[in-house]
Ligand binder design. Structure first.
Ligand code: PAN
Ligand code: ZN
Length: 187
C-alpha cells in the first residue's frame, strides 16, 4: 500500500514544504549591476532583502525530461524610480520554456527576445498564469505595496545564464511614471 504524501508546493499557503529545499536570498548588495540609478542604489543598505527563492529539485540538475518547481517572493520597494526585481536570465539551453503562476501581489513579468530588439511586459496578479517561451529572457518586478509571490516550473536541464543579462541588461527598464509602471528605453 502506498502512502499519500502532502503536496510539497502549496499555492494557497504560499509555500514549499518538506524534502530538500534550496533557499536563496538576494539582498541589495547582491544586485549591483541590475538597477539603472546607481546613486539611489548606493544609498540603500546592502543587507536589505530584495527577494527570496525556495526551490524543489525532484531530480538532479541537468536531467533531461524532469521539472523543477520554485516560489519567488519579492519584497516591495524601489531603487530610485525602478521597482525591486529579480536579476533575470535566459535559460542556458535557450529553447527551454517555463511557466509562472502569480499567487499574491502586483507585478510585471518583463520579457526580452534573444537579439534584444524587443522588451515587453505582462501584468501579474493573483491567479495569472504566464507562459515564458524559450529563447526569452525573463525577470519579475514587484509594482505593489505588499509582497509579490509566484510559483515557477521549468525544465530540470534548462540551466540559468545570468552573465548575458549582467553584461548587457534588458533593452528596456520598468520604472514608475506618475504612479504607473512604465517600460522605457534605457538611457
Ligand atoms: C525563477 C527565477 C526566480 C529568481 O525560478 O529563478 O524568479 O529570478 P533570478 O533567477 O533571475 O534571480 C526562474 O525563472 N527559474 O528558471
Ligand atoms: Zn527561468
Amino acid at each position: 500500500m502506498s502512502s499519500i504524501l502532502a503536496p510539497k508546493l502549496h499555492f494557497r499557503r504560499l509555500e514549499l514544504q518538506g524534502g530538500s529545499l534550496d533557499r536563496i536570498s538576494r539582498r541589495v548588495g547582491d544586485l549591483d549591476d541590475i538597477f539603472h540609478d546607481q546613486r539611489a542604489y548606493a544609498a540603500l543598505p546592502k543587507d536589505k532583502l530584495v527577494y527570496e527563492v525556495v526551490s524543489s529539485f525532484p531530480v538532479p540538475d541537468g536531467t533531461e525530461g524532469g521539472l523543477f518547481i520554485g516560489i519567488t517572493y519579492i519584497y516591495p520597494g524601489k531603487v530610485g524610480d525602478e521597482y525591486f526585481m529579480t536579476k533575470g536570465h535566459f535559460h542556458k539551453i535557450r529553447n527551454r520554456a517555463e511557466v509562472y503562476v502569480c499567487m499574491e501581489g502586483e507585478g510585471m513579468l518583463i520579457l526580452m527576445n534573444e537579439d534584444r530588439t524587443r522588451t515587453w511586459a505582462e501584468k501579474m496578479e493573483p491567479g495569472s498564469v504566464h507562459y515564458i517561451n524559450g529563447f526569452t529572457a525573463h525577470r519579475t518586478a514587484n509594482t505593489g505595496s505588499g509582497m509579490l509571490s509566484f510559483g515557477a516550473c521549468w525544465p530540470s536541464d534548462a540551466g540559468h545564464d545570468y552573465d548575458t543579462i549582467s553584461e548587457h541588461g534588458f533593452s528596456k527598464i520598468l520604472v514608475e511614471r506618475g504612479g504607473v509602471p512604465t517600460l522605457v528605453d534605457r538611457a
